[in-house]
Design a protein around this ligand. Structure first.
Ligand code: AMP
Ligand code: MG
Length: 649
């Protein structure tokens, strides 16, 4: 196994560079220059264990394949000259030699003129013979002779020695990734072991005292370590051998010990979290002590991913990915994967790309290359790419997208209607059979479940009621789930439909006041009494909803102009309201019954909210829409909705 070699002169890389933000291209170029060239370690592996690894050296065959001239069919080995005069009216009679050449049997008798030897597919051609006649083209004459009524050309149905692979031929080139075809080739040549590039050993460490490993119990204020799992998997997907060291708290001594331990047995170290230069973020300080040249870039003009830190310590790349999982994934794929794959001897990743139009303007920060996750749907004039933006803290932005687009560092926006390139996260686009854009409800998953079971791809994009209506009006979706209350008419949804849209009744969601069970300020009261009781207690804190939410209108009516403590805390979802109360950050608020139940909170019913669908009439006959309407009307979904606390309209 060869050792890593780093050219001299890199020690001088300026340690102060991390104070400047580098462009994405500049940072990647400097990182690659500090890591390469390097000798790639080589190991011998059995054929089965070489699967997926790149071949380290050219491979030369040292035998001929096939090793002898062999028959391609079941038939008779003959001298073609004997059959020169054969024809329909002029049969030629050949005497059979006293042997049968089965596969794996070496012939013992020559084929003399006027004779033939029975031979099986794969049998070696006997001395004297130069062609094979198929058994179908012969007529037995007793069991000692055959009759043939057609001529045979020399070499007919014969594979000559070395015609597949010739001894001395280069069968596989260095760098070829070993797949089943390559393994077959090696097996045919009798090669049992292959020299391959050893997988780089990559240590993965998550940082932060707030992190708990999946499978363990979440304590208050803690979150699950997402990066540990996702980075480990992405390392493996790109040719690395992962060793996960768990999550380490931001303690300088503890983290330094873990990083040193990880580097001892690894070729590369990938950390996540703690990249900003705030108090408690210590990993970049430790890197400076781990080896030369140290930090190459700290701060890259990328969005998401600005705080990325790239370093090389005594020949080993050490990187700190941003803490937010989506940022961590982007920077890993964009900046680390190229280096990792080169270290693994693998070719650069070839991502599939498609062209799509963006339906809405996407603002972008000037001076940073921005990546935007998108979901693809089929529009009238081709593919449409919906930004699935939920902020860099959202893991679903990554897992529920089809791909991403890139906004140039020098652009401050991408205007609506732009045709742009989308890099796919999967090898192919699968355009959904049904597209639902609007407000999300857990009831929706119950109704679409049978469609998914039937093999239909349902794409649901949560953009809120108004966003859904706009998408429906532009013809970008089949259905827009909405729950909009019109104060003038005091009705839900219908007043908001425009031309080309029709209402499909969905279900009702009971809204009401939520509080922690046992709170005497609310237990047993009506909604109006509960609000009076809350307002009477100056210690009581509420949690509100965002402007524009149907629930917010109900709250404001109940408050009748009052602005109690907590009024300005305005989360955007039913679940956030329940979480705030369950975690004692607030004492009361308004949410829907199923959410209150799931969080084990007390609930005072107030009014039913109508969750309906704006259907794009022009798309009503599509198979996906018809399947949805069928599922919505079924007894199965009625029961499932009921069970979950919703009432079918
Ligand atoms: P940091 O840069 O360490 O301050 O992290 C930024 C954000 O990412 C914080 O909200 C962290 O809790 C979160 N974060 C950091 N590491 C992880 C991880 N391994 N999994 C999930 N979230 C993380
Ligand atoms: Mg942290």
């Amino acid at each position: 196994m060869s050792n890593v070699s780093i050219p001299k002169g890199r020690d001088a890389v300026d340690q102060e560079q991390f104070l400047t933000i580098l462009s994405r291209e500049d940072a990647l170029a400097r990182f690659e220059a500090a890591v390469f060239p390097r000798a790639l370690p080589v190991e011998d592996r059995s054929l089965a264990e070489a699967l997926g690894l790149p071949l380290a050296h050219d491979l030369v065959a040292d035998i001929d394949v096939p090793p002898f001239d062999r028959s391609n069919v079941d038939g008779f080995a003959v001298r073609s000259a004997d059959l020169a005069t054969a024809g329909e009216a002029a049969p030629v009679r050949l005497l059979l030699n006293d042997e049968v050449i089965a596969c794996g049997t070496a012939p013992t008798r020559p084929v003399l003129s006027g004779s033939a030897t029975s031979i099986a597919t794969g049998g070696p051609l006997p001395r004297g013979a130069d062609a094979i006649v198929m058994v179908e083209h012969t007529q037995p004459e007793g069991d000692r002779a055959i009759e043939i009524r057609r001529a045979a050309s020399p070499g007919q149905f014969v594979s000559y020695a070395g015609s597949d692979i010739a001894r001395g031929e280069t069968v596989l080139r260095a760098g070829t990734v070993i797949g089943s075809r390559e393994i077959g080739m090696c097996a045919a040549c009798g090669i049992a072991k292959l020299p391959v590039v050893r997988r780089p050993r990559v240590a993965v460490i998550s940082t932060g005292g707030e992190l708990v490993q999946p499978g363990e119990t979440l304590r208050p204020a803690a979150i699950y370590d997402t990066n540990g799992a996702i980075v480990s998997a992405a390392v493996a997907e790109n040719g690395g051998e992962v060793k996960f060291f768990g999550a380490i708290a931001d303690d300088e001594a503890e983290l330094e010990a873990a990083m040193r331990r990880a580097l001892e047995t690894s070729d590369m170290l990938v950390l996540s979290g703690g990249t900003s230069k705030g108090a408690g973020d210590v990993s970049h300080r430790i890197i400076a002590r781990l080896g030369k040249p140290g930090i190459i870039a700290h701060g890259v003009a990328l969005k998401p991913g600005k705080p990325l830190c790239l370093a090389v310590c005594d020949g080993k790349p050490v990187v700190i990915l941003p803490g937010f999982p989506t940022s961590a994934m982007f920077t890993f794929h964009d900046m680390i994967v190229p280096v990792l794959r080169r270290m693994a001897g693998l070719p650069p990743r070839s991502d599939a790309k498609v062209t799509a139009r963006i339906p809405v303007r996407i603002p972008s920060e000037l001076g940073r290359t921005e990546f935007v996750m998108v979901s693809l749907v089929e529009g009238a004039g081709g593919l449409i790419a919906y930004p699935s933006g939920k902020g860099s803290g959202a893991i679903t932005a990554f897992t529920q997208s089809d791909g991403f687009l890139k906004i140039d560092a020098l652009a401050d926006q991408m205007p609506a209607g732009t045709e742009t390139e989308v890099t796919l996260l999967t090898p192919h686009v699968r355009v959904p059979d049904l597209v639902i854009v609007g407000s999300h409800c857990t009831g929706l998953d119950l109704v679409t479940a049978p469609l998914a079971r039937a093999g239909l791809v349902v794409r649901s994009i949560a953009v809120g009621s108004l966003g859904g209506l706009a998408a429906a009006k532009r013809g970008e979706c089949d259905l827009a789930p909405i729950h909009l209350f019109d104060e003038k008419s005091e009705t839900y949804n219908t007043p908001f439909l425009g031309e080309g849209l029709e209402l499909v009744p969905g279900w009702r969601r009971m809204q009401g006041i939520v509080f922690r069970k046992g709170d005497a300020r609310f237990t047993g009261l009506s909604a109006e009494e509960a609000v009076r009781s809350a307002l009477a207690d100056p210690e009581c804190i509420m949690v509100n909803r965002n402007q524009g939410a149907g629930t917010r209108i109900l709250i404001d009516r109940l408050l009748n102009g009052a602005r109690p403590d907590g009024y300005w805390n305005q989360p955007r979802s039913h679940n956030a309201v329940a979480a705030a109360i369950a975690q004692h950050r607030a004492d009361w608020g308004m949410t829907i019954a199923p959410v209150a139940d799931a969080a084990d909170l007390g609930f005072i019913p107030l009014a039913e909210e109508h969750y309906d669908f704006a259907l794009v009439t022009a798309r009503k006959q599509r198979a996906g829409v018809q399947a949805f309407l069928g599922a919505l009307a079924s007894d199965e979904s009625r029961a499932a909705l009921q069970q979950a606390g919703f009432t079918k309209a």
